[in-house]
Each structure stands twice: as structure tokens, then as C-alpha cells.
Ligand binder design. Structure first.
Ligand code: F6P
Length: 322
């Protein structure tokens, strides 16, 4: 292993920079040269390779986003795109690659391995936390903290006006951001794709809930089968017109911001482990942290299923929100 490349791909997530930093500095420690690829798989196709040294990653551990930029590449989905990407990796004499990204990025790496003999190792970077093989993906903890911070503020105004708020959070088709942040803010209910959404039940819950509660917060995961927060709020409003109802979509603020302590430390561990995994001859595996220990999960298993919701959390929420 003489020269490696590192890139970020898909939606950015807080902690990606900390991971890039760990990859670059661990590689340099092992006397491996490092190239960064800008704009993910798109940059691999368009030859956006840049040489990196220790100072290229100075003062980035605390910054959200990704200094290498990112993209969701359409061209990489074509065989012509993948062939150009391979030609550029060969042109730069790359012996190993670290991809920091989510589900789509690892699916891309898997498909690429059909024509590419250069080993890839992945670090999970997605606020959605929807990968098997890690307890916390890079950015999930920060995103949950961002939601909690925003909803605490919404709670102040909701309480002052005795209002019912529907707050929509990201997660694509996973409800993990919704569940964890919902517990953290003391939400009155959480609506998630993993559990069947029963509007009648929600209405009953709102009607029979503790009358002393003047504000109510319902967290809605964007991927819920019943629709987004606006659709669900409309249905509830028709049935409970006495409630003064508002909707907030938190959107992309969940993807930015300084990474939390947990994201900085986990990202550093995973970037460090990624280089040591390449040196040890591992390939097509995602680095994760399970029960505080580094774990290696083949890409095909990491993307196969969604991380399941912890049923104890779901049950607990029902009891605590009464
Ligand atoms: O996968 C991360 C994520 O933020 C999802 O939660 C969300 O559905 C999606 O990306 C939004 O993607 P984009 O920034 O391309 O609109």
C-alpha cells in the first residue's frame, strides 16, 4: 500500500472532516501517500484528484460539511462512468480507497468492484444512521442534537401559545433521527416509517392525553407512509379544530453544524481503522463501532437492511409521553 485515495460521497454529515483528517494523518504515519478526490464519484470520473499532506487537514476536526465536497453522481451509475473512474484511479497509481458515505456510496463501491481490483474500505457517513454494522454513523449524533436544540426552542413558543406542533425531521426512509430526538425532547408522539401510522390512534392520544399539558409536539419522520408533517397535520386539524396547530420542517439545518464530541471521536476512530484495515488487506468492508469496538461489515450486509428501531425505545416513549 503506497498510495491511497479518500473521498466523501452522498449527503454530507458532520464529522466527515474529522474522518478525512484521521485517514490522511494515519496514512502519512504509515508512509502512505494520500490523494483526496473532490466531489465524490463524480470527481473520480472527472479526475479531481488532489495531493494531500498533514497540513491539508489542519483545523478541520471541528467543522461541519466536507472539505473534499460531495455529490450524488448520476454518471457513476453508468458503466462508461465507472470505467473512466477506474482509469483515473489507475492513472494516479492508487492502491486503496477510503469512501466516506452512506447506503448509496457503498452500493456504488460494490458495483464498482465488478470491474475494479483496487480495494475499497468504507466509513459510514450519514445523518440517517440507516446502515447495518455501526451503532452510530458519522453525523447522526450531531443531527439528533440539532433537532433537540431546535425543538426545545419550538417547545418554548408552543407552551406560550398552547399550541400543537408537527415537526418534520430528516432520515429518508428511516425513523432513527425521529425516534432518538423524539425521546430527547419529550415528544407527545413520534411518527415513523418503521411503525404503522394510525391517524385515528394519534387523534385518540391527543384527545385523551393529559389535559394539564398546554403544548404538544409530534415528531414526524420525513419518510413516513402517511405523508409528511403538513399532510398529517391537515388530517388532524380537520378532526380536532380546537387545537391551534403549526408545522415546522427542520430541513437541511440537520446536516450542518460543528460535529458533537461523539461524532468527532467516532469519526477519528473510524478513519484511523480504515487505513489499518487497508494495510491488513481488508476490502469491500464498512468500518463501524458496535458496543464501543471497531467492527467490519461487508458492504453487501451494511446496505442490505435498515438498522432496526430499538423496540424498548418505542415502548418507553409511549409510556413517558403520557
Ligand atoms: O441521507 C441524508 C439526507 O439528509 C436524508 O435525510 C434526506 O432525505 C436527504 O439526504 C436529502 O437529500 P438532498 O440534500 O439531496 O436533498
Amino acid at each position: 500500500m503506497k498510495r491511497i485515495a479518500v473521498f466523501t460521497s452522498g449527503g454530507d454529515s458532520p464529522g466527515m472532516n474529522a474522518c478525512i483528517r484521521a485517514v490522511v494523518r494515519t496514512a502519512i504515519y504509515h508512509k502512505i501517500e494520500v490523494f483526496g478526490i473532490r466531489h465524490g464519484y463524480d470527481g473520480m470520473i472527472k479526475d479531481e484528484f488532489i495531493e494531500m499532506d498533514s497540513s491539508s487537514v489542519a483545523n478541520i476536526i471541528h467543522r461541519g460539511g466536507t472539505i473534499l465536497k460531495t455529490a450524488r453522481s448520476k454518471d457513476f451509475l453508468t458503466i462508461e462512468g465507472r470505467k473512466s473512474a477506474l482509469a483515473n484511479l489507475k492513472k494516479h497509481n492508487i492502491d486503496g480507497v477510503v469512501v466516506i458515505g452512506g447506503d448509496g456510496s457503498f452500493r456504488g463501491a460494490l458495483q464498482f468492484s465488478e470491474i475494479c481490483d483496487i480495494p475499497f474500505v468504507g466509513c459510514p457517513g450519514t445523518i440517517d444512521n440507516d446502515l447495518i454494522g455501526t451503532d452510530f454513523a458519522i453525523g447522526y449524533d450531531t443531527a439528533v442534537n440539532t433537532v433537540i436544540d431546535a425543538v426545545d426552542k419550538i417547545r418554548d413558543t408552543a407552551e406560550s401559545h398552547d399550541r400543537l406542533f408537527f415537526v418534520e425531521v430528516m432520515g429518508r426512509d428511516a425513523g432513527l433521527i425521529a425516534l432518538r430526538s423524539g425521546i430527547g425532547v419529550g415528544a407527545e408522539a413520534i411518527i415513523m416509517p418503521e411503525t404503522k401510522t394510525d391517524i385515528e390512534d394519534l387523534i385518540k392520544r391527543l384527545e385523551s392525553g393529559r389535559k394539564s399539558k398546554s403544548s404538544k409536539i409530534i415528531i414526524v419522520a420525513e419518510g413516513d407512509e402517511a405523508g409528511g408533517a403538513f399532510v398529517i397535520a391537515e388530517q388532524v386539524k380537520k378532526r380536532l379544530p380546537d387545537y391551534d396547530t403549526r408545522v415546522t420542517i427542520l430541513g437541511h439545518i440537520q446536516r450542518g453544524g460543528n460535529p458533537s464530541a461523539m461524532d468527532r471521536v467516532n469519526s477519528s476512530r473510524m478513519g484511523f481503522a480504515a487505513i489499518e484495515a487497508l494495510i491488513a488487506g481488508k476490502q469491500n468492508v464498512m468500518i463501524g463501532i458496535i458496543d464501543k469496538k471497531i467492527a467490519y461489515t461487508p458492504f453487501q450486509n451494511a446496505v442490505k437492511h435498515h438498522q432496526r428501531l430499538n423496540p424498548d425505545f418505542v415502548r418507553m416513549l409511549d409510556i413517558l409521553s403520557l
